[in-house]
Design a protein around this ligand. Structure first.
Ligand code: SF4
Ligand code: SF4
Length: 248
């Protein structure tokens, strides 16, 4: 399996292709072609390429998309100053990218602002470094993008998880759908984790259904699916499992 994608490879991919997920419409679209399907263990085994796109809103701006759309999530009032010698570590930004003082709404997920991190530095070769890598970092940094504590239980319960890398077009884990270990989708992929091109229309439609639900979960469109909902979809999948290795 060659599931990893190097930073050099990703930088060479045209933005129009990599940003396919931005135009995805769960009511109408097929899953983006570049989605990779993998187990949680496979995803965890990949290497961070140090692109730094998870470490600042300006790092992930996509041409043609609203600027500074990516947030850190809720920023606590102390701004993790204890990890940065007493000075604020995660700095809220205005939409145009100017640093500003913390305000109460920054602590809410729904109103989290764009941000800059004081620990991020840029190297000449285009990669970045986290100054806190060897010590303690804010919890969201350790969870992103594949180590959220609830993922193992979710996947064991039958859920498919679309990793939250929509904005990080250079991320190793961009466009990854984490699948339960016994998912038939894993049998229908190529060595790079993407779906086989010559998949029968009914199998392709099933993948579309799975991706649609995972996308809705990831972006909280119409509420999260419950474990029971995922079990119902997985029941339908059981029929596919019988024949998934038969050539089509
Ligand atoms: S603390 Fe490190 S990992 Fe977290 S946002 Fe800053 S540079 Fe990135
Ligand atoms: S966006 Fe992904 S590959 Fe880039 S630094 Fe963050 S975790 Fe690593």
């Amino acid at each position: 399996m060659n599931l990893n994608r190097t930073l050099r490879h990703l930088r060479g991919v045209p933005a129009a292709v990599t940003a396919e997920v931005f135009s995805y419409d769960p009511d109408q679209s097929d899953p983006p072609e570049r989605v990779r399907y993998m187990t949680l263990s496979e995803a965890k085994a990949l290497d961070c390429n140090m692109c730094g796109q998870c470490c600042g809103s300006a790092e992930v701006d996509v041409p043609g998309e609203p600027l500074r759309a990516y947030t850190f999530g809720p920023i606590e009032q102390q701004q993790w100053a204890r990890l940065n010698g007493g000075a604020p570590l995660i700095i809220p930004l205005t939409r145009t990218g100017r640093p500003r003082a913390w305000r109460e709404s920054d602590g809410e997920a729904a109103t989290a602002p764009p941000f800059r991190c004081e620990a991020l530095s840029h190297c000449d070769d285009g990669t970045t470094r986290c100054g806190l890598w060897q010590t303690r970092r804010p919890a969201p940094c350790d969870a992103f993008p594949v180590k959220a504590k609830h993922y193992p239980a979710d996947v064991r319960a039958g859920a498919y998880v679309l990793l939250n890398t929509k904005y990080q077009r250079l991320c190793t884990w961009v466009d990854v759908l984490v699948c339960p270990d016994d998912s038939v989708l894993l049998d229908w992929r190529r060595a790079d984790g993407t779906l086989r091109r010559r998949l029968s229309p009914d199998r392709r439609a099933f993948v579309g259904e799975v991706f649609r639900e995972a996308y809705r979960d990831a972006f909280q469109i119409g509420g999260m699916l419950t474990t029971r909902d995922w079990r119902a979809l997985r029941k339908a999948e059981a029929a596919w499992r019988q024949t998934s290795r038969a050539p089509k």
